[in-house]
Design a protein around this ligand. Structure first.
Ligand code: UDP
Ligand code: MG
Length: 325
């Protein structure tokens, strides 16, 4: 019997968790040879998600939860789940049923075919706002042009991974985590499984537009230092051009004397250079902020409550299961 941990980061998902558990159980109970457990991560919800998790955990021996002391973000939730998982395989999925449990049998099949990872990708983005789709497409193009890790467009955080791959991901202990990049960076053979985008079962998306922009900037700066090199090269180029220009002005002044006109060109140059300098400092600042946060080495999340000691060893789990039967 192979064991699989299903990690579910949850932020204000109380209304949907029962349905999520039911639907997922329906899909996984048909898969023979695998035992599925759940680790729900309560990411500082304020809507009673924790109570639902406690109830599910009390009722089902293979349901566990970790509750954070406040909202740490989905990245922290996934990391907590991965570091606490003990299964031979791990599945990460959203709590809102936007990640159809019906894909899990296909994941298992791909894994059995020898892949270390099976991951879902959206074949369509129906139900998503046009602007968000467009900007997200732009982000992938830009990010893939800039960084060495190639992020597959339309990939979502719904995947099944082998223990080997999970251990590799956990060994990346960076504080500011960008999982899409981390999944790609660790490598391993991934089978892509397309699915039709579905709308949320209940509740609303937890992403704000500002949050997504921040996520995109972090994603790029976490995996490449190319922007730093670009501003270095741009600075060098401007410096060389200015040397030529100074030489020209010097010779002209020697030959023709001083001429006063030129106000417009000077203002333009000042604005242009000022803009480039500000932008460059901004990019450097972005990296300095990453260094700052990593140097502080704060924990990615803080656990307030968990039931994870409950039945985590294989024998305990069996006993619990029998109790329940
Ligand atoms: N989530 C989380 N912490 C957060 C925001 C979201 O754990 O701070 C969870 C959320 O409960 C859901 C998943 O991450 O299970 C995806 O979030 P959401 O559905 O809001 O994102 P979208 O599907 O719009 O990308
Ligand atoms: Mg969602």
């Amino acid at each position: 019997m192979k064991t699989v941990d299903i990690i579910v980061p949850c932020y204000n998902e109380a209304d949907g968790l029962d349905l999520f558990y039911e639907e997922t159980e329906k899909a996984v109970s048909r898969i023979a040879g695998y035992e599925f457990s759940y680790i729900f991560i309560n990411d500082g919800s304020r809507d009673g998600s924790l109570e639902v998790m406690r109830r599910l955990s009390a009722a089902h021996p293979r349901v566990h939860y970790i509750s954070f002391s406040r909202n740490f973000g989905k990245e922290a939730g996934m990391y907590a789940g991965l570091t606490h998982s003990t299964g031979d395989y791990v599945i990460i999925m959203d709590a809102d049923l936007q990640h159809p449990p019906a894909l899990i049998p296909q994941f298992v099949k791909a894994i059995e075919e020898g892949h270390d990872c099976a991951a879902a990708c959206r074949s369509s983005r129906t139900g998503e706002k046009g602007l968000r789709s467009f900007l997200s497409g732009l982000f992938y193009k830009f990010s893939n042009a800039m960084t060495e890790v190639k992020l597959p467009q339309n990939a979502v955080d719904f995947r099944m991974m082998s223990r080997k791959m999970v251990d590799a991901i956990c060994s990346m202990s960076e504080v500011e985590r960008f999982s899409k990049g981390i999944f790609a960076w660790v490598g391993f053979d991934t089978a892509w499984i397309p699915y039709e985008n579905v709308e949320r079962a209940v509740g609303t998306s937890k992403w704000s537009f500002k949050g997504l922009v921040r996520y995109a900037i972090d994603g790029i700066t976490a995996f490449t230092v190319k922007p730093l090199r670009m501003i270095r090269d741009m600075g060098l180029l401007l410096f060389l051009i200015s040397l030529v220009y100074i030489f020209v002005v010097f010779i002209k002044t020697l030959i023709r004397g001083v001429d006063v006109p030129g106000y417009a060109s000077i203002v333009c140059l000042l604005l242009f250079l000022g803009g480039i300098i500000e932008f460059s400092i901004g990019i450097v600042g972005e990296y300095v902020s990453h260094i700052y946060l990593e140097a502080k080495d704060r924990p990615v999340y803080i656990i307030q409550e968990t039931d994870l000691t409950k039945g985590r060893s294989r024998t305990d789990k069996k006993e619990n299961a029998d109790d329940n039967a």
